[in-house]
Design a protein around this ligand. Sequence first.
Ligand code: IMP
Length: 192
Amino acid sequence: MELVFATNNQHKLEEIQHLLGNTINLLSLKDINCTDEIPEDHNTLEENASQKAWYIYNKYKINCFADDTGLEIDHLKGKPGVLSARYAGENKDSQANMNKVLDELTGIKTRKARFRTVISLIIDGKEIQFEGIVSGSILTEKQGLSGFGYDPIFLPDGFVHSFAEMNLPEKNKISHRARAINKLVNYLKKTI
Ligand code: IMP
């Protein structure tokens, strides 16, 4: 079976293809010649994941899924959330995004936060969503150099190292994305 993942992120594709094994042939947007700027203009991760998946399904009539992830900080009432990539501006600068969060939390004791990933899967016109969450807190300064995005300021609950101080296999054992992907993979293995 062929399944489109609405992404051009090669790393994400390989990660999921590896988990799926060879019963499903995962295709990227590039593989289906889609160069569109797919809209994601809603206020929730659920709506954005859904919007992206339906865009592909309706245009290409092919089974597909899309994901959306955000960092939700309690003290900031769930922000940056859907704005995570461009919290400090349109150029999607991770350092600026982290600096903005650290500034906003200066002197604040309540630093609880979570990464949340939502995946929308559409098979034969029917949609199902999967959620993955990792809870943690926002550090007072950046720690570590690996990973991407907000990794240096996120300390997962029960750990002494930030995401940016973990290697990829360590992070993948507990990450929001891995948890959502595992639910998707289990579902696909059961139903296909
Ligand atoms: P996306 O929906 O996967 O593109 O994620 C949106 C934004 O959330 C990214 O641009 C990052 O800023 C942030 N983000 C998503 N996943 C992670 C992660 O695993 N670590 C750190 N930041 C992340």
